[in-house]
Design a protein around this ligand. Structure first.
Ligand SMILES: *Cc1c(COP(=O)(O)O)cnc(C)c1O
Length: 376
């Protein structure tokens, strides 16, 4: 046999800006108490599981066919849910969009409105996925700053928008990782600026990412209230957090029909599987039960924040299902100490802070006990 010479080493044509990137994601570790990615700690009830199983069985017999590409039944149900949750009506199927998690919804937004020569803007500290959507769509990324207390100074924000002229502004409310909600006056003011602050005098699309909106405190409004008068506003939501359906991958947004139509152009054909649509519809039929659970998680959150303050720590006031707490000279040591005790929290946000999700009362008790030990 003649030896074949080694072929020249082959190089994959990875985009240069991706060459040294690692896949993003919080550590998925197998520990008893998971308080790191803001999931709902309660598994779906037996009643919810039964509804989902039956809906999936019905969908299964149709799986030789592509799913409903426009999924108007689900969009209608999501609009009805939003009306119930926020009191804002008139959100029919034309005003709704959905995808595999709000992560994909936001990718659609950047595919439709971002791209080469365009810029997306947010204010740090904020959700760590935003710069990735920008990178993946070849959109320039600019991050302004929030204030020391993690609120947004509306004058600073308005000035930066006018200067940067972004195609898209991404603002979570409540913010992740701080839990800070945006006052509607701030959103209103930014929407006014955004009417002509985009590329070539077009509007900037203002995305209010309300992934945690259901956890907001009494009297805190939703940006859904501003949709009717703002065709450049998109309010994004998810079934991953309050709804306890992170594993189903369903996110959605409400916006004016013209904005939704732009997203319909960039989505992959049949992006939302028949199984996903069936699961989401079945879960939405149990809204009452899920909303009662959210109320108890909210109470648990307030109690946890108070406990942290009483123990001499800082805790950022939160409208979400997590609390940013600190401040630690060596936050990694505290994170590791908690992990050694079987409790996984998130090492994220500005240095010195850690983020803990609200768990069941038992999980929260285990977290408190471990934290007292670690800090002793
Ligand atoms: C968790 C989260 C989401 C939701 O992501 P999904 O893709 O819907 O699971 C969106 N935005 C923020 C700020 C989040 O923290």
């Amino acid at each position: 046999m003649t030896a074949t010479p080694d072929p020249a080493p082959l190089r994959l044509p990875v985009r240069p800006e991706l060459a040294h990137e690692e896949p993003y994601g919080a550590p998925q570790l197998d520990v008893p108490v998971l308080l790191n990615v803001n999931e709902n700690p309660y598994r779906p009830s037996d009643a919810v599981v039964a509804s989902i199983a039956s809906a999936v069985a019905d969908a299964a017999v149709t799986l030789n066919r592509y799913p409903d590409r426009e999924f108007r039944t689900l969009r209608t149900a999501l609009g009805a849910y939003l009306e119930r949750e926020s009191g804002v009506g008139g959100l029919d199927a034309d005003h709704l969009w959905a995808a595999n998690g709000s992560n994909e919804v936001m990718l659609h937004l950047l595919q439709a409105f971002g791209g080469p020569g365009r810029t997306a803007l947010s204010f740090a500290p904020t959700y760590s996925m935003y710069p990735e959507y920008a990178r993946d769509t070849n959109t320039a990324w600019v991050a302004g700053r929030r204030e020391e207390d993690f609120t947004l100074d509306v004058d600073v924000a308005a000035r930066l928008i006018e200067e940067v002229r972004p195609a898209v502004v991404l603002l979570p409310s409540p913010n992740n990782p701080t839990g800070t909600a945006l006052p509607l006056d701030t959103v209103r003011r930014l929407l006014d600026v955004a009417r002509t602050s985009g590329p070539d005098g077009a509007a900037t699309v203002l995305v209010i990412d309300e992934a945690y909106a259901e956890f907001r405190r009494e009297g805190v409004p939703s940006a859904l209230e501003l949709l009717a008068s703002n065709p450049h506003l998109a309010v994004s939501r998810t079934m991953s957090k309050a709804f306890g359906m992170a594993g189903a991958r369903v996110g959605y947004l409400a916006a004016a029909p013209a904005l939704v139509d732009a997203l319909r152009v960039v989505r992959l054909p049949y992006h939302l599987s028949a199984v996903t649509q069936a699961v989401a519809l079945a879960a939405l039929a149990h809204t009452d039960e899920l909303m009662a659970q959210v109320a108890s998680l909210r109470a648990e959150r307030d109690e946890l924040a108070t406990w942290l303050l009483e123990h001499g720590l800082d805790a950022v006031p939160s409208d979400a299902n997590f609390v940013l707490f600190g401040r630690f000279r060596d936050r990694h040591a505290v994170w590791q100490g908690l992990l050694d005790a079987g409790i996984l929290v998130r090492e994220t946000g500005p240095d010195g802070w850690l983020r803990v999700s609200v768990g069941t009362p038992q999980e929260t008790a285990a977290f408190k006990a471990a934290l007292v030990e670690v800090l002793a």
